[in-house]
Structure formats: C-alpha cells, structure tokens
Design a protein around this ligand. Structure first.
Ligand code: TXA
Ligand code: MG
Length: 334
C-alpha cells in the first residue's frame, strides 16, 4: 500500500514501526525496508522479506548525532569530523557496537552501521519514532536480496508486494546507496563508494582513506561482512555487459539488423541504420556522474521491464566522481 507522505501518514508509519511492523521508507539514496532497530523480531522480518542471509548486518538510521551513543561505544575523532561534515546525508559509519543493543540488526557483528539520512520524510519519520521511544530504525535497501535497489515507491511495491506500508517521498535524489566508512580500525576504510567521494572524506577528516581490500594490515581482524560489497549484486534479470563506446559502436555495426532484444545505455545515440535498429532500445547515459547515479537503477529496471535479454552499458571514465556508479555497474555485470 503506497501512501503519499504527510504528517498523518508519517505518524501512522511511526506507530507501525513501534508496533513491530515493517515500513517502506524513502531516503535521499534509495528506498529502505525499515524496522525498529532494537526489536529483534521486527528485524527478523526484514531478513525474511528480503530473502537476505541473517548474518548480513543492517544499517541503523538515526534522527541526529545525539542518538549515536545509544548504539556505539566509542567514536574516534575522525568519525566525529565525518558526522559533522556529512550528516544528515549519504554517509554510513561503522562503529563499535554497544553490547546487547541491536544484535539481530548487526547480524551478530560487534560493530554497528549508523547513518543519519537527509531526506525530509526520513527525518520526519525518525523524529516521530523517537517520540514513540524508537531511537533507531534498521533499513537495508528495499529490494529482494541481490537485486536492483529501489529508487521510487513503485519499485518497492514491485519488489515486496502490495501489503507493505510504503511512504511515498518521490524519486530518490542520489540514486545509489550511501558511502560506507569503517571506523573501527583506527583509520577510515572505504567499504562501499557512494556519492560522497574519497577525496571529500579525506578533506573532511584529515586522514587518508584506505581501500577495503588493501593488503596491508587489516589489524588481524576479519573484514566485516557487507552484502553491498559482494561481487555480484544489484543484478537485473538481463545480462549486463560493460563496454567502451568504441566497442559498442563496432559490435552494433557487426550485428547490423540482427541485433535483437538489446538494451543500450550509452552517452551517444548510435546512428540510425548503423546500429540503432528495431531490436535495440537505447537510453541516454547522462554526462555527469551525479545524474547517472540518479538514473542508474531506474534504467536497469526499465530495460528489464521491456524484456531485453542483454544490457550493454558504456563504462564511465575511471575518475573519482564516477567511483560509486562504476562500482554498482561492475557488480551488476558480475
Ligand atoms: O543508502 C543506504 O545506505 C541505504 C538506505 C536505505 O539507507 N541502505 C542500504 O542498506 O544500502 P543495505 O543493507 O542494502 O546495505 C548496507 C551495507 C551492507 O553491505 C551491509 O553489509 C553493510 O552496509 N553493513 C551494515 N552494518 C555493517 C557492519 N556492522 N559492518 C560492516 N558492514 C556493515
Ligand atoms: Mg542493498
């Protein structure tokens, strides 16, 4: 059931969360499937609804920095700087977890992922929840495990069915999930790239950001599990192939009129006749990384809905602002 977000429906959703129900929640990145973070039974329903393994930890969403000490035991100085710079916004911080709090949500890890979203509906809902005594809301992306993340209320309904209460907050602005920084290893480690770039993170906290698979010193620790970091993820039904603009042009040329059931997401529209036949459905890939991130998951869904068998995607440049989009594309193609 999709409800347009307003004061009354936000209050209704907050009560549903307090009562242990699940809610589809708009954020600035993607839609989340929300439950009271400290209600282990409610959190268990998230794992069932998504078909997600129970040991994959969820992000806990909070209304403000004030709620961090309820969930985290200790916040290093660089993490504090990151909160001040980017919250509310698309940045998740992994911190040491208060023992006994949100254990199911953390998937058994002794750390916890915290994020303060900026979407006005998410903010209003989290504040309403806090008034009801619910100080953290666990919310993974509201898609079935391994599939494409939803960026509209209709996407959520098509993933999870008509019974779920979904607050409609419009299209998500950012379009790809939050950047995740692990703050439990003495220095920032980037677990998942997002709209906020490595350089912005380094500038804000004054530390070099380590890549998650850097071979040096993982402090003897096992890297935390992160499903958004599995090699194959964000997968549409159609097979995704990443190619350069030149390869796309050459392959279309070679296929000629035989190109069939093919979706194409590239910057330049192929010339009619020389590739863009009736069997090729072309969608324009925006030139800016921000706009491409905003469009990415809808494009994959739309091409799937049109029944194409393959999706050819022009691989964007290997520059810092494209890191998040390239990461999602590489997983979609894996
Ligand atoms: O933008 C987002 O972050 C969205 C919206 C809804 O807020 N949420 C999201 O959640 O992307 P999800 O569950 O699809 O991805 C969360 C990622 C997963 O890869 C999870 O494993 C990782 O965060 N994660 C959560 N807690 C963690 C922890 N304690 N240690 C390591 N990774 C963690
Ligand atoms: Mg996800």
């Amino acid at each position: 059931m999709i409800l347009s977000a307003n004061e009354a429906t936000i209050a209704q959703a907050a009560q549903a969360l307090r009562d242990g129900q699940l809610v589809g929640l708009p954020t600035e990145t993607v839609y989340g499937l929300a439950a009271n973070a400290t209600d282990d039974n409610a959190v268990a329903r998230i794992f069932v609804a998504k078909g997600r393994p129970a040991d994959h930890p969820l992000i806990v969403h909070v209304a403000s920095m004030e709620q961090v000490p309820l969930f985290a035991t200790q916040v290093p100085e660089f993490a504090q700087k990151l909160m001040h710079a980017f919250w509310p916004g698309p940045l998740t911080l992994i911190l040491p977890r208060q023992s006994g709090v949100a254990a199911a949500s953390a998937g058994g890890q002794d750390s916890i992922g915290l994020r303060c979203p900026s979407h006005p509906v998410a903010q209003a809902l989290l504040k309403a929840c806090a008034d009801w005594g619910v100080h953290g809301v666990s919310a993974p992306s509201a898609n079935r495990f391994g599939r494409v993340s939803p960026t509209t209320a209709a996407h959520v309904q098509s993933e999870l069915g008509p019974d779920l209460l979904i607050l409609d907050g419009g299209e998500c602005d950012v379009g790809i999930e939050s950047s995740i920084i692990d703050c439990t290893r003495g220095e920032p480690v980037l677990l998942r790239p997002g709209q906020i770039t490595r350089a912005q993170i380094e500038a804000a906290c004054g530390h070099a950001v380590r890549a998650k698979d850097a071979p040096q010193d993982v402090g003897g620790q096992v890297a935390p599990r992160a499903s958004g970091t599995l090699e194959s993820h964000y997968a549409p039904r159609a097979k995704v192939r990443l190619m350069s603009a030149q390869d796309i042009a050459a392959k279309l040329q070679a296929l000629g009129p035989h190109a069939n059931n093919l979706g194409l997401w590239s910057a330049e529209r192929p010339e009619d006749g020389a590739g863009l036949g009736a069997g090729v459905l072309w969608l324009a890939q925006p030139q800016s990384a921000e706009q491409a991130a905003h469009a990415l998951f809808s494009v994959l869904r739309e091409l799937d809905a049109r029944g194409v068998q393959q999706i050819w995607v022009q691989l964007p440049p290997d520059t810092p602002e494209w890191e998040g989009v390239r990461d999602r594309l590489q997983r979609a193609a894996a």
